[in-house]
Design a binder for this molecule. Structure first.
Ligand code: 5GP
Ligand code: MN
Length: 333
């Protein structure tokens, strides 16, 4: 028999309705694991820790974790809530609710993806347009600046008081995913203002996350940028610029230094698309893609096994760097 509420189901799938359904699921969970993506950035960690802190305050047992690498990036160690982090092998298998934050697909969980099967329920909270909706509940706002911005809305619906510790975590994701408030929309600065009004030190948070590198960063940039190449004919004549970060370029520099390279390469005016190939310890390559106007790099990355946003995406490749570039040029058309 079809009831009136079942007839209304399509409407229930609106973002707001999904959030409304997520609130009691979070509130009534008996145990929660919050998973961030591999090679974590400040948006996934800020989201994971903010949600972890809220659950902890409600007396719900909670673990926060990410699949790779073993250590939290140094720039994120001042975030409140790091006491909730456990190493990947300590993540319990028999959890009531598993929440993923800032993960567009199962693959982003790395070696923790097997925890999905043993969880009673899975809630996906994200803002990637390529999100595959792999949860039993999915709160995905493609128009949100960051996953922490999605959480701010969810917290309001949940009547959570956003104090300075939560604001610190949420601001970390907002400032990094908006490129220091360059990629914004109406409402972005209203949220930033609200978070800053709790008394957090926005300049310190931004400097530590985005503007702090050891001296060795400068010679690394010199060698990597010195080998950058421009392919004006690629992407239908709109141009591709790329640079390759090999293990020997990196030495003991941190992920923060490696991740900074794309932000310089992508400024090249002659190219619509920018790529940076980053060699991992196992010989695989992590590829960052950026575009400016009319190439949807989320789509390009998806075709190459990854995902992301329209203007910022990535994927993992297992080949020599020349072959990876050849495949990328072919995919760009
Ligand atoms: P970044 O270049 O900063 O590592 O990533 C840019 C965007 O692409 C981020 O939103 C990130 O989540 C996404 N992304 C990067 N690498 C991968 C990947 O291997 N798979 C998927 N699905 N998304 C990725
Ligand atoms: Mn994000």
């Amino acid at each position: 028999m079809t009831t009136a509420s079942e007839a209304d189901l399509p409407e229930l799938d609106s973002l707001e309705a999904c959030m409304q359904r997520a609130v009691p699921v979070l509130e009534n969970a008996t145990s929660v694991t919050v998973l961030c993506h591999v090679q974590p950035d400040a948006d996934t960690i800020g989201s994971g820790l903010a949600l972890g802190l809220v659950l902890e305050r409600k007396g719900i047992p909670v673990q926060v974790a990410f699949g790779f690498p073993d250590e939290l990036p140094i720039s994120m160690r001042e975030l409140p809530g790091t006491h909730l982090l456990v190493s990947a092998d300590q993540v319990r298998r028999d959890v009531d609710l598993l929440v993923t934050v800032d993960c567009g697909s199962v693959g982003r969980l790395g070696r923790l993806s097997d925890r999905l099967e043993s969880a009673h329920q899975v809630l996906v909270i994200d803002h990637h347009r390529s999100n595959t909706r792999f949860g039993s509940m999915n709160v995905v706002d493609e128009s949100a600046e960051s996953t922490t911005a999605v959480l701010a809305t969810l917290f309001d619906m949940w009547d959570v008081d956003i104090d300075d510790d939560l604001a610190h975590c949420l601001f970390a994701g907002l400032v990094t995913d908006t490129g220091s408030f360059r990629w914004v929309r109406p409402g972005t600065h209203t949220l930033a203002e609200r978070l800053l009004a709790t008394g957090i030190d926005g300049s310190r948070i931004a400097r530590r996350l985005l503007d702090t590198h050891p001296f060795g960063w400068l010679p690394m940039l010199s060698s990597v940028l010195g080998s950058a190449r421009l392919e004006p004919a690629a992407a239908g004549g709109r141009g591709l610029v790329y640079a390759v970060v090999r293990r020997e370029d990196v030495g003991d520099l941190r992920s923060e230094e490696i991740e900074s390279v794309i932000d310089i390469v992508r400024t090249t005016v002659e190219a619509e698309v920018a790529a940076v190939l980053k060699e991992a310890a196992d010989g695989s390559w992590s590829v960052s893609l950026r575009s400016k106007n009319d190439v949807d790099v989320a789509d390009v990355a998806r075709r190459l096994g990854g995902g992301g946003h329209r203007f910022a995406a990535g994927y993992t490749a297992y080949a020599g760097s020349d072959d990876i570039i050849a495949t990328l040029v072919e995919t760009l058309g």
